[in-house]
Design a protein around this ligand. Sequence first.
Ligand code: PNS
Length: 158
Amino acid sequence: MRRVVCPGSFDPVTNGHLDIIGRTSRLYDEVVVAVLINIEKRSLFTVDERIEMLQAVTKEYGNIRVEKFHGLLVDFCRQQGIPAIVKGLRAVSDFDYELQMAQLNYRMSGVETLFMSTNPEYSFLSSSRLKEIARYGGDVSGLVPDLVHQLLIERLRG
Ligand code: PNS
């Protein structure tokens, strides 16, 4: 079975993430979407809420498994028998950070990192910008799946 991991915080999942996950799902038998448990970072949604949203919006692909992990991503890969990581690259500004992480991950474990270019339609999109816009009443429809849009508005309304 050809298996790969798409890791991230997914707080919340955006259409940019979904584009990468969906395109990756056509190349592999199984895509494991791994949600980082990061107690140091304040998040809008709990890890379990993020997992539920991811499960709902990736259901149609048919070969996605959503998991959570903490610690090093390469340890998670080893435990799950996953030889490669797929990352979306939005712009050159992502590259330095991603290259360093890819090289360190390979050095630590031999796990490969494959970069997929983001659909230009979403190259400006990030979860943090999205939350900022939504928090101040900006329109984020079309940037996230409808379900996430609804939950985002409810959560920010308090
Ligand atoms: O969506 P994000 O927050 O950009 O995702 C970043 C993520 C989760 C992919 C990255 O922070 C990660 O892999 N964290 C786990 C810790 C780790 O393995 N660090 C790599 C050291 S080289």
